[in-house]
Design a protein around this ligand. Structure first.
Ligand code: 1GP
Length: 240
């Protein structure tokens, strides 16, 4: 029915949903299948993202295959660095941290894995990744050596989003960072969504039904939820 994961997730006929983030640095391996079963039991989910800021374990490929084996949803790599690749995933977010000015995260890490990705045949989704000030100092800000876009600078966010679209990105990810104190402000989401014709997903600090609904009502195609799911898997049932 759909020719790609991208089309399945982002076509006009696809309603809003949740991308659940599974962080390999946080998961007890003996509980992995149980976690995926929990995700499978929610109708609100659209995809599973797998990724982390650092990667402290040496089993990333096996970790992705174990999820893929039983997931009813597409499994998409959301890589914190070029070590996080696997042919077993359904798709790969080829992230450029366009809110920052760190060349490694604009082109350097990409060069390291581009040939592998192309040969692997995995579906690659070029994604403009935009870090937004979150009220606390997040891992992604520390690890990436970049400053987030100030929360009240909607015009700056819009300019970055449009630049990303014109550079050929197929998706924008507005990110407050895992464990953010505040999620991305609704007016920023709304203005970014209005300014581009590519889909926008939003994550970081989304903990409640209200947070998720605000993001969706502001035009986010899907929301990304990590920490709140780790703390309470039942959130998936009630979040949208
Ligand atoms: C992080 O946006 C994701 O990259 C998820 O953030 O852990 O705060 O839900 P949370």
């Amino acid at each position: 029915m759909y020719s790609s994961i991208y089309e399945k997730l982002f076509s006009d006929s696809t309603g809003p949903g949740v991308f659940v983030l599974i962080d390999p640095d946080k998961v007890d391996r003996s509980k992995l299948e149980g976690i995926v079963e929990k995700i499978n039991s929610s109708e609100n989910v659209k995809a599973i993202l797998v990724g982390t800021s650092i990667l402290l374990s040496d089993d990333f490929g096996d970790f992705v295959s174990r999820i893929k084996r039983i997931s009813r949803y597409p499994v998409i790599i959301f890589p914190g660095n070029s070590l996080q690749v696997s042919k077993d995933a359904d798709a790969f977010l080829f992230l450029s941290l366009i809110s920052g000015r760190n060349p490694e995260l604009l082109i350097g890490e990409h060069v390291k894995i581009a040939v592998f990705l192309k040969k692997s045949g995995i579906e690659v989704i070029p994604t403009g990744y935009m870090l937004v000030e979150s009220g606390n100092y997040t891992s992604v800000e520390y690890i990436s050596f970049t400053r987030p876009i100030p929360r009240n600078k909607v015009d700056i966010a819009v300019a970055h989003a449009v630049a990303g679209e014109l550079l050929g990105m197929k998706l924008l990810y507005l990110e407050a960072g895992s464990g953010a104190r505040y999620p991305v402000p609704p007016d920023m989401i709304e203005n970014v969504v209005k300014s581009v014709s590519i889909p926008v997903i939003v994550g970081g600090g989304i903990r409640t039904r209200e947070d998720a609904r605000k993001a969706i009502q502001s035009g986010a195609k899907h929301v990304v939820i990590g920490t709140a799911f780790e703390e309470n898997p039942e959130i998936l049932r009630e979040v949208l």
